[in-house]
Write a protein that binds this ligand. Sequence first.
Ligand code: MG
Length: 164
Amino acid sequence: MPDNMRVGHGYDIHRLVKGRRLVLGGVEIEHTHGLAGHSDADVLMHAVIDALLGAAALGDIGEYFPDTNPAFKDADSSKLLQHVIDELHRKGWKPAQVDCTIIAERPKLGPVKARIRNHLAEVMCLDISEVNVKAKTAEGLGPVGQCEAIEAVALAVIVELQGS
Ligand code: MG
């Protein structure tokens, strides 16, 4: 791999519960259940954040936003992503591409994939052609397939910040 680019991988899972908002990739989605967590529990944002931190070899999301810190209670994960991108900039990197997959039995995410993709591109200052969002089910298998949780995985490419 060239010196001026790095690749990172991210994974997250959150439990689906009643009485919580469902936020995926910064987009609020109408559903009977939402994701449980200390922040807004945006499982996709968290996977993207870990992919970026991984690419820059900067550890993981728990080191930056511990769930014991009341400052991050119900935090907007789009803002956490912005914070991580600022940290990347300080280290001389910027996001270049992200590809991610949400695994959810319900709700059907086809209709909202484009909104999530647009939001991610906006927050990451990427062209829409540099962001991809995929959605799939777990075919009824395991906790995701039984609608007890939603999972997300992400791959991010970062490049050297020009002029840094
Ligand atoms: Mg998480």
